[in-house]
Design a protein around this ligand. Structure first.
Ligand code: SF4
Length: 234
């Protein structure tokens, strides 16, 4: 368990929150990414993600969601077709739809909100960034996965290794293949973690950083291909 990030003394001051068995959670979040669906997160009363300066992507087909949001709060999404919209946030990082500490469109919230799970950062051993991310970072540091079997531990170590490798070897990747944003980095690590399992088939432990980067790119492309064809990722 040497490679799993341990909490610092200051993080121990707040109670830990059970994040579930790692392997079960990992399979679930990979299916969420594959099927483009939501996930049940044991948030309790936490609304940290609704106060953390996230732009919320709302797709053209989410008509019920779009209908409930003041058009003045919505913007086009750079690089995506017309009809895709971004919901902005207030200067303090809070979503304008969070009213009296509750989501005012909860039953009709976007797919982006339904699929958000800050355990991805705990899994990857990274925080969510800096810009108004204090609340969500505090929450991330409190999650504790459980490891009922060796596989849980091996997979968690592999996800963290993947995130660390991608972050520390950006120069080995083709241009545009390394996410600049923490969310996308954590998601990429979750998609390609099997490259970093000890029993992973090539590349072996002796391969170069560039070969490893190539394997990461290949694993991500394979995941995306399965997502598009609806075939479950191995
Ligand atoms: S739309 Fe609702 S769930 Fe989504 S960020 Fe805003 S308040 Fe939170």
């Amino acid at each position: 368990m040497n490679d799993v990030t341990k909490p610092t003394d200051s993080e121990i001051e707040k109670p830990e929150i059970p994040a579930g068995d790692f392997s079960v959670w990992l399979e679930d979040i990979r299916q969420v990414l594959l099927q483009d669906r939501g996930i049940e997160v044991p948030c309790g009363g936490c609304q940290a993600c609704c106060k953390s300066s996230y732009f919320i992507h709302i797709r053209p087909e989410e008509k019920e969601t779009l209908r409930r949001i003041d058009k003045k709060l919505l913007f086009p999404v750079p690089g995506l077709p017309r009809g895709n919209r971004l919901l902005g946030y207030f200067e303090n990082g809070q979503c304008p739809l969070l009213v009296d500490e509750r989501c005012s469109i909860y039953e009709h919230r976007s797919k982006t909100c339904r699929a958000y799970d800050c355990r991805i950062f705990a899994a990857a051993g990274i925080d969510a960034g800096e810009d108004h991310k204090t609340l969500v970072n505090e929450r991330i540091r409190r999650w504790r996965f459980s490891y009922p079997g060796q596989q849980d531990l091996d997979q968690h170590v592999a996800v963290q290794k993947a995130a660390r490798f991608i972050r520390e070897h950006a120069e080995c990747f083709p241009e545009g293949k390394v996410p600049h944003d923490s969310s996308q980095l954590a998601i990429l690590a979750i998609k390609v973690y099997n490259v970093f399992l000890n029993d992973g088939q090539p590349p072996g432990p002796a391969c170069s950083d560039r070969e490893m980067a190539q394997a990461v790119v290949g694993a991500n492309e394979a995941f995306e291909a399965r997502r598009k064809t609806g075939i479950s990722p191995a």
